[in-house]
Design a protein around this ligand. Structure first.
Ligand code: DQA
Length: 147
C-alpha cells in the first residue's frame, strides 16, 4: 500500500521560513524521516509538495483508487480552500491532516481548517514528529479497513 504525503504552499521553504515556529528541518529532512518510517511500517511513500492549489487538487483526485491513504499538510490552503476539501472527499480514502505548529495557539484565522472536515484525525504542534505519527496512525487505519 502507498501513502501519499501532500505538502501545501511555502513548505518548500521549511528550515528557512520562520524557524522559531516551523523548526530548522528542511522538507527534504522530513521526507527522509518519512521514508524511513514508511519502510519500517511496510508502506510505500509518495511525498510531494506544491505551491499551486490546483496541482494539490489534481494529485488528490489521482489518489482515488491508486493510493491507500493521504497524509496532508495543507498549509495556508487548509484555512481557505473548500476546493481542496472537496478533492480530499473525492478520494474516499483515509486522510490525516498534519500541521507542524499548534494552529490553535496562533492567530484566530489559523484555528479553522476546511480540510480537516475530510480527515479522520488531525495532528498539530508536534513539528516533524507529527508526520511520523500520522504515518503510524495511517498504517493502522489501512490495516483495520482491510480487516
Ligand atoms: C502550517 C500552519 C498554517 O497555518 C500555515 O499557513 C502553514 C504551515 C503548519 O504546518 O504549521 O503554512 O500548516
Amino acid at each position: 500500500p502507498t501513502v501519499l504525503v501532500l505538502n501545501g504552499p511555502n513548505l518548500n521553504m521549511l528550515g528557512l521560513r520562520q524557524p522559531e515556529i516551523y523548526g530548522r528541518e528542511s522538507l527534504k529532512d522530513i521526507e527522509k524521516a518519512c521514508a524511513e518510517k514508511a519502510k519500517a511500517l511496510g508502506l510505500a511513500l509518495d511525498f510531494r509538495q506544491s505551491n499551486l492549489e490546483g496541482e494539490l487538487i489534481t494529485w488528490a483526485q489521482e489518489a482515488r483508487g491508486t493510493k491507500a491513504g493521504i497524509v496532508i499538510n495543507p498549509a495556508g490552503y487548509g484555512h481557505t480552500s473548500i476546493a481542496l476539501l472537496d478533492a480530499l472527499l473525492v478520494t474516499e480514502l483515509p486522510v490525516i491532516e498534519v500541521h507542524l505548529s499548534n494552529i490553535h495557539r496562533r492567530e484566530p484565522f489559523r484555528h479553522h481548517t476546511y480540510t480537516s472536515q475530510a480527515a479522520t484525525g488531525v495532528i498539530c504542534g508536534l513539528g516533524a514528529t507529527g508526520y511520523l505519527m500520522a504515518l503510524e496512525a495511517m498504517a493502522n487505519l489501512i490495516k483495520t479497513k482491510k480487516a
